[in-house]
Design a protein around this ligand. Sequence first.
Ligand SMILES: C[S@@+](CC[C@H](N)C(=O)[O-])C[C@H]1O[C@@H](n2cnc3c(N)ncnc32)[C@H](O)[C@@H]1O
Length: 308
Amino acid sequence: MVQSPLNYTGGKYRLLPQILPLFPERIDTFVDLFCGGCNVGINVKANRYVYNDISEALIGVFSVMRRTERDRFVNRVQEIIDEYGLSDVKTNGYAFYGCNSADGLSAYNREPFFRLRADVNASAVHDDPYYIKLYVLILYAFNNQIRFNANGEFNLPPGKRDFNQKMYEKLCRFIDLLQAQQAVFSNRPFTEVGLEKLGEEDFVYADPPYLITCASYNEKGGWTERDEYDLLRVLDSLTKRHIRFALSNVLEAKGRVNTILSEWLRERPEYRMVELRFTYNNASYQRQNKEKRTREILVLNYDQGDSR
Ligand SMILES: C[S@@+](CC[C@H](N)C(=O)[O-])C[C@H]1O[C@@H](n2cnc3c(N)ncnc32)[C@H](O)[C@@H]1O
């Protein structure tokens, strides 16, 4: 299984062993309507791929990865690291920077990281060089995550890790696979993605922000009840046209229930709901949250045996 080179909040990498076997065997066009870190599409077998997300930053970074020759992309990443004087543990080891793996590199990288962050935030032009710089910023950011404030400025602090061997390998594997796919990227709200061209051989995967959990992309009205209703309407219209879909969502979390979703499911017994197993790998988190159950689900509008 290939992992995204972005550690994306809400990324489905850990759930893939449960999700992928439920997908159709044969897919002509695979639409990842809320692609996020692209963890799902990159592991699906299809003839064509459409990756959509409302985040300009994500789609910008992935589009550059898609169209830049892999070694050129990696070399440019390395040049930016050297230019700013960021750490390079895969070449020099931790001791060279007076750090160790447990404490990490954030103290060492603080000054160059903030310099790079200021340059990225000051950039008015969002061209290929900008997106590669943004990717380096994400590589050195807290938990390799992406987060912008209301003014569109990247606002995470430096993280513990750098462009280490593991990350280098992850990036190369991802770019190679992405470039082997016949893929297009789209940066639109899901309601404006051209699903009307799809046919019965195609498949739509929807992994929207979850109404009842937190992530930076659904803060401050980023995902509203209206979006939830609009999405459920889009999914129903796919069913009417015999187009298969799978919807990931959270039905219940920390005592909150997504009543819009549960009502919708109750009224549609023809849809199949599969409960996914809890995937936090942290045993103490699981113990503490036992009574605050998280019900992560996948909803399908097709039979597994469907062999179109
Ligand atoms: C749960 S994440 C997807 C994670 C992804 N499946 C993965 O494995 O990395 C949800 C994504 O929906 C995107 N999003 C939020 N509102 C959207 C909208 N109205 N239209 C399209 N994408 C949207 C967010 O930017 C975020 O990347």
